[in-house]
Design a protein around this ligand. Structure first.
Ligand SMILES: Cc1ncc(COP(=O)(O)O)c(C=O)c1O
Length: 456
């Protein structure tokens, strides 16, 4: 497959025929929203109705064409409707849609391929159809492996919206609000390092990773019943704001886990499959987890996710009867296999590293030049720009974030931030030209917002 398959279609974007969102979008959204409830804040702030997607381009029902800077929501990472992936899914859609968890030829190929890309002995696999179910299965597997039942997760991590997953997140606000008196019993949260907003620093002002690890050790001794099965963590806090931990965090955490025979459940639903330039984001720190979850980019839009444990713990998946109705259906296996093959054939990891470095350089320049850009963060194509009212006080600037989001969208940038951290997740196929085009639209919008709030 020619890796430039998407370029011809991208010519001339963004191209707007109406004010965006246009009249048809507004009408269709209003009709839909009469019935469809629980929409995200991004949709409420910009009620566009999309009709088509190809590569890095999205087209709405008014014929407006947008540059995609979100990949759905970190999902269509290899471009909308990648021909190889669409063909693979449609082949099985016509041949065999579901065969419970019996073996199929396409499943055999996917299993062998996954085992070949995963580090260490991570090769005991089960498949699901959304990220939160994979996390729940990982939690059950951790119990079965360790014969323990407590879990520790971190402030601002996100793991999904089913009950154990929300118990690993903040529960009183936003997308994991759960109307219960408490999180499920045995689930605890601890702070994790945010280099821009550190809780504990050394004398020289740099982040004090040991202070976090010491806190965890004390917490394990004092705050649990001594039955911690696993730390459940995102390698990089994606929805929390594209927050990368310091380089020594995961290596030191893994040592602590090993000391107390605690498993590391690495939730790569958002950050895995190449988004940071590695198959697993945790590989940036040479740490091999005990349990991994994959989702989002794994099927490039087809709902397929995975939970993987290391070979010696494979028996745990038998104990928890890990299979499900849709997990591993032939269309899902075809989408995942084709996605992995595309990443290899189109040298996507290298593209993410190279273009990601250029994006970071440009974002740093923007940070120097704009009074409301407090921090820029990320790696590869998992990126964030943090807006603050004042660089000294670092007070979050949510109003500016929402306005920048709307302005850039109305200029033709399809993206998904909400609040003061502008999160960006462009398709991993994107080249430097279009990456800079996206940043131009964002920078223009930031300048306009700065003017409106009286910074110039
Ligand atoms: C790290 C992480 N884990 C799990 C999930 C849940 O995935 P899903 O929405 O497919 O259930 C998400 C979704 O954003 C996520 O970012």
């Amino acid at each position: 497959m020619n890796k430039d398959w998407w370029k011809k279609n991208a010519e001339g974007i963004p191209s707007l025929l109406t004010e965006a969102p246009g009249p048809k979008s507004l009408e269709m959204h209003a009709n839909t929203a009469k019935y469809m409830k629980g929409l995200s804040s991004q949709v409420k702030l910009f009620p566009v109705c999309f009709e088509e997607g190809f590569g890095i381009t999205l087209t709405d029902v008014d014929g407006n064409r947008y540059l995609d800077f979100s990949s759905g929501i970190y999902v269509t990472s290899l471009g909308h409707c990648h021909p190889k992936i669409s063909e693979a899914v449609s082949y099985w859609a016509k041949k065999l849609m579901n065969a419970h968890d019996f073996t199929t030829p396409i499943k055999e190929k996917l299993m062998e391929k996954m085992a070949s890309i995963l580090p260490g002995k991570l090769n005991a696999i089960q498949l699901y159809s959304d990220g939160t179910t994979a996390v729940e299965a990982g939690i059950r597997a951790a119990r079965a492996i360790s014969d323990k039942h407590e879990f520790i997760s971190a402030y601002r991590d996100f793991h999904g919206k089913t009950m154990a997953s929300v118990s690993c997140a903040q529960m009183y606000r936003g997308s994991t609000y759960s109307y219960g008196p408490t999180r499920s019993a045995g689930f605890y949260m601890v702070p994790r390092p945010d280099p821009y907003r550190p809780l504990w620093t050394k004398n020289d002002g740099t982040i004090d990773t040991d202070a976090y690890i010491n806190f965890y050790e004390n917490f394990i001794k004092e705050g649990t019943v001594g039955n911690v099965a696993a730390f459940v963590l995102e390698p990089v806090q994606g929805w929390g704001g594209s927050i990368f931990p310091p380089g020594d965090y995961f290596p030191k955490l893994k040592m602590l886990c090993d000391k107390y025979k605690i498993l590391l459940l690495d939730d790569e639903v958002l950050a895995g499959m190449g988004r940071t330039g590695e198959w697993l984001a945790l590989s940036h720190w040479d740490v091999i987890p005990d349990i991994v979850t994959f989702g989002k980019s794994f099927g490039n839009g087809f709902p397929v996710t995975a939970m993987i444990v290391s070979e010696e713990n494979g028996e745990a998946l038998e104990k928890i009867s890990a299979s499900s109705s849709y997990g591993g259906n032939p269309m899902a296996c075809a989408a995942a296999l084709a996605s992995i093959e595309v990443i290899e054939e189109e040298d996507i990891l290298q593209n993410v590293r190279t273009v990601g470095d250029s994006i970071m350089k440009r974002m740093k320049k923007m940070q120097d030049e704009h009074p409301i850009i407090g921090d820029v963060k990320g790696k590869g194509f998992l990126l964030g720009i943090e807006l603050v009212k004042d660089k000294k006080t670092k007070e979050p600037f949510d109003e500016a974030g929402n306005l920048v989001y709307q302005k850039a969208f109305s200029k033709g940038l399809a993206w998904i931030p909400a609040g003061h951290i502008l999160r960006m997740s462009p398709p991993l196929i994107m080249d430097e030209k279009y990456a800079m085009m996206g940043l131009d639209l964002i920078e223009e919008s930031i300048s306009e917002v700065e003017k409106e709030f009286g910074y110039y």
